[in-house]
Write a protein that binds this ligand. Sequence first.
Ligand code: HEC
Ligand code: HEC
Length: 651
Amino acid sequence: MKDTLRASVWLVIALITIAGPGAISVDETRARGADGQDSTSTVYRSPTAVVVSPNGKTLYVTDRTAGRLVILDAAGKKKRGEIALRGKPQGAALSADGGTLYVAEHGAGSVAVIDSAKGEVASRISVGRWPAAVAVAHKTGRLYVSNRDNHTVSVIDLNQTPAKPIKQIEVIREPVCAAVAPDERHVVVANQLAHGVGTDPKLAAEVSIIDTAALAQSATVKLPPGSTIVQSVCVSPDGKWAYAVHGLGRFNLPITQLERGWVNTYALSVIDIGQGTRRATVLLDDLSQGAADPHSVVCSKDGRRLWISHTGVHEISMIDIGLVHELLDGKVPEDLAALKDGTRANIWVRIAQDPSHTAELENHLTALYIAGAIRRASSGGDGPRGIALSPDEKTLFVANYFSGTVAVLDAADGKLQGSISLGPQPEPDAVRRGEFIFHDAASHAFQRWHSCATCHANEGHVDGLRWDFLVDGIGNAKDTMPLVNLHKTEPMTRRGLFASSHERTRKGLESTNGLVPTKQDAEDLYAYLTSLRPVPSPHLTPEGKLTKAALRGKLLFEGKAACADCHVGPVFTDNEMYNVGTASGHYQEKDGLYDTPSLLEAYRTAPYLHDGRALTVKEVFTKHDKQGMHGETNALTEQELNDLVEYLLSL
Ligand code: HEC
Ligand code: HEC
């Protein structure tokens, strides 16, 4: 059925293409999305990535909710047409001549290869199930695809017809962006989430460097403690530096600090690709203005400027990275050197005197501002995600997710010059309004310090960190919980402190974000959260079935391992509290009682247990169940344990 619909769209596109050169256009009322839904009034336009053609005339924009690639006329500021794609289209990249466009079809396990002249999908390349981003190595004729589902980067040989997958290279956790160095010997990969145990005070996300000759990860660069949501990375034109943008959570401190910022900050890390080391990490926030949720970063051809989109605050920032490098090298202009930090020399002078002070930049909220190395401007719409420069670098195009538009900004000063609509944008309903609130820090958090999505990344999931909220005392941090199915897992929080999911949602705005929400905001947010559905596990077979090992694990789970005594029903919890031998020793938790968590989507919620002490689900009932209080696993063989793990990862 779906295929018939899709075929009819191709036919419409093909006919129109034949009818008039460049007139790729699909009748708005008849077009159908990837999921077979009618694309009229109920489909929101949500631009995600934007790519500019080599002549600067055409913009290719992926639309996540409509499931389309939208083609825009950059100069005429109007839509030229669109192509229905599979899954939720995300990252895109063009071949050097602009003739071929590659689009990651997230959830569909493919990259669509689009003939840009004909405006149609020429073929598809099989990759991981959740491809997030694509990068083309033009000289060597390769495509690198970041697969979030299985933590790999697919390498595709474009010189063969059809293009041939060569290898999936293992990286660390949920890669969402890959950037090819100009000499094409290295590819730098942003692993989105922190990966490690919650009890590690140095817990952080890492950037992977791939050696393209060896086809393997050759180095990993750890970001500062608390780094997570690494969304984007770009490489300097000389191939020396990679720039990664990310969150930097102050997760080792109790969350009282919200009033002074500091709970979540946002950073740019400068990575030396050849050395495989981190040169510095600078903060993008101002003293009382968080720069929440950086999403994309692009670099100018002369390597002196960077542009970053901040999806939580609806801004872009413009960084004089040339100046930042000079300052890091100890070259401080006279007027800046004269500026004092209280009674002592300012941070840049201190670095010039002693480079070991470079590490202080990770905690310095004004370093870029006092140097005049950062400027922020409105993104010209709500929820900016992908950004791209025109070939002459005079214009910055910004995909504004919630507005359904691509804003056209002056790249020099960020002034809005116009905006191009992807199509009619329906009035937001409660769920869409809630989705906005969930991702918004500008008007839904004290001093813009974070959005719900900063910690509950990827539509209500996790950041891989743990946080010390005050409601249950200090010194007992809790691993961030996923929010999918929250209304079916009451009571809320690890200690069951809130009876109602509705109440806890409002509290999220009130205590975690530090503001008094309107009734409407709280209702909308709740409507969004309860609309979230679990995504089928990538560990299932392509047909969505349990593997043989997982089937054996299911029998154990429901049988002799006795897991289903507590993890029961459709969301795998009886909603009761138990002591399963994981007491933290904290004076308020002497009883060792924790709410039985849902196990749905356990494949993506690491680390595990209330304080995140377990890195893998296997550790939950091996390393962290020495007393045998958590199910009946002591008598299981190694093979049986592995089968149980396979089942847990399939939920
Ligand atoms: C600083 C990181 C952070 C931010 C920001 C954040 N949360 Fe949370 N959230 C957490 C952590 C950590 C927990 C687990 C707390 C516990 O168990 O005591 C949690 C738990 C929850 C729960 C309970 C889930 C359950 O199944 O019991 C809800 C609901 C929730 N958050 C909603 C929100 C909403 C809504 C927002 C935005 C208004 C938000 N959170 C912002 C970190 C965060
Ligand atoms: C007596 C009730 C009970 C039984 C039986 C039980 N669990 Fe649990 N389970 C819990 C509780 C309570 C927690 C939370 C403990 C904590 O946070 O420290 C938990 C946590 C977990 C987690 C961590 C989830 C997360 O997101 O942090 C996994 C995985 C898990 N259980 C799997 C199993 C398996 C597999 C079995 C069978 C071998 C099992 N459980 C048996 C009550 C139970």
